[in-house]
Design a protein around this ligand. Structure first.
Ligand code: FAD
Ligand code: SF4
Length: 398
């Protein structure tokens, strides 16, 4: 029996049934399909194998002696870019959607795995295989909730498609890379976004209700480089709430346990990553990991305005100070939070240094979370690059 057919005997789990990674499951969707057959090796929360998969996907794993590799993963190019004509309603300027549309238009792929939303709820994710640019565009903007993107894997195999683009976040892409040889594809393109602090749909509701003045009209939000959460509302207005004023005590349990124990913020295994945190405000941040990533970027180069990445400031003090503050769930009064936000924005880290600030803050927090809640997993689950990043800081004594 070949490896390709053996997984057909497995059966995906019904909704609501416990997943193999239990509380740490990020609902990536693999276990909804017969690819659950490979879960022990493939699941990002059962088998950390980023370095090995980097070597397979990019021909090398990250060089831990290079600071850029240590933080941002294997790459051959990095830049700041924005669409000259932004796509209305996209999360940022719509570079992800533009690339996906061109991949279809130019016949590079037959389908694109992306996430639309349910007709009743703009934040309820509905993974699909888009076959037209219109279907890709209908998936624009983040659904800031755990999304079972890989639940369409059986459909991919049944479609008979040989060339596919998958858009996804780190945990989805790690599981995908682990099974990509079993799907029957000739060419897989992977377009990733960074991802952090994701939530279940119920968790999202709690976050919106705790943080926004008008939770029901929020269409999208982002934790911005100016140290504020920007909520975009239906009428186009932007509400800004300083990070330092967030109700950390309430919100501590809002983020999914999977995201509190994730160290793949920068989507190490995608061919091309499109985020924002390493770029100046209003630009997106692009990390080209390999030639396949460059091939995708080339398709939209003429639609983009680009500039080199830059870095300014020193994050280390701010990160060190934020560790005990977050740990104790300190919430500043709003006036103090606003003041602190303004000061930090003026003198704080910018560009790649802001990205490193965000990575350091999340990795130290997550390291403590795993150490306290899953001490038996700590050594195997935390990748070497993340251990080195965390080692730069003094963590609270237990
Ligand atoms: P669009 O053209 O609007 O396309 C967005 C694409 O994202 C769509 O194709 C859709 O299929 C896909 N998508 C939407 N929701 C999900 C989901 N839940 N899971 C998987 N795919 C999804 N960037 C940073 O630099 N730092 C961060 O901390 C950060 N956190 C993020 C957290 C989440 C949960 C997500 C989904 C993204 C995050 N990003 C982060 C990426 C960033 O917010 C933008 O998504 C990215 O810059 C692309 O913008 P765009 O305008 O090109 O995307
Ligand atoms: Fe399965 Fe994905 Fe959950 Fe892991 S994270 S248990 S692979 S659905």
């Amino acid at each position: 029996m070949s490896a390709v057919s053996s997984h057909h005997k497995a059966k995906g789990l019904a909704p609501g049934r416990p997943r193999p990674a239990k509380a740490l499951c990020s609902e990536c969707g693999l276990c909804d399909t017969y690819y659950i057959h490979y879960v022990k090796e493939a699941c990002a929360f059962l088998n950390e194998q980023i370095a090995a998969l980097e070597a397979e996907a990019h021909g090398q794993s990250r060089d831990l002696s290079s600071e850029d590799d240590l933080y941002f993963g294997v790459h051959q190019d990095m830049m700041a870019a924005r669409k000259k004509a932004p796509i209305e309603g996209a999360q940022w300027t719509g570079i992800v959607s533009a690339i996906a549309c061109e991949m279809l238009n130019q016949g590079k792929v037959e389908g694109v795995v992306c996430v639309q939303n349910s007709p009743e709820d703009r934040f309820q994710p509905e993974p699909i295989i888009a076959r037209t640019p219109e279907e890709v565009l209908a998936a624009r903007v983040n659904k800031p909730t755990l999304s079972p993107n890989l639940s369409i894997l059986e459909e991919v195999e049944q479609s008979g498609f040989k060339r596919l683009l998958v858009i996804g976040v780190g945990c989805q892409i790690q599981a995908l890379r682990a099974v990509q040889d079993k799907i029957g594809l000739e060419k897989l393109y992977v377009l990733g976004t960074p991802c952090v602090d994701n939530v279940t749909r119920e968790g999202l509701q709690k976050f919106l209700e705790t943080t926004s003045k008008s939770p029901e009209t929020v269409v999208s939000y982002e934790f911005m480089q100016d140290f504020r959460v920007h909520f975009k509302h239906e009428d186009g207005s932007i509400e800004k709430v300083p990070f330092f004023g967030l109700n950390t005590k309430e919100l501590k349990d809002v983020f999914a346990p999977s995201c509190m124990s994730c160290f793949d913020y920068v989507n190490s295994l995608a061919d091309l990553v499109v985020g924002y945190m390493g770029a100046p405000f209003s630009y997106q941040w692009l990390v080209v990991r390999n030639d396949t990533g460059q091939e995708m970027l080339d398709l939209v180069q003429d639609q983009l305005e680009t500039q080199p990445v830059s870095s300014q400031g020193d994050r280390k003090n701010a990160v060190q100070k934020s560790i005990p503050a977050y740990d104790k769930g300190v919430t500043l009064p709003m006036w103090a939070a606003r003041l602190m936000g303004v000061v930090i924005e003026k003198i704080g880290p910018k560009g790649l240094e802001y990205a490193r600030f965000s990575i350091d803050s999340h990795f130290t927090r997550n390291y403590l979370y795993v150490k306290r809640n899953y001490p038996e997993k700590l050594d195997d689950h935390v990748p070497e690059f993340a251990k080195r990043i965390v080692e730069q800081y003094e963590l609270p004594k237990e």
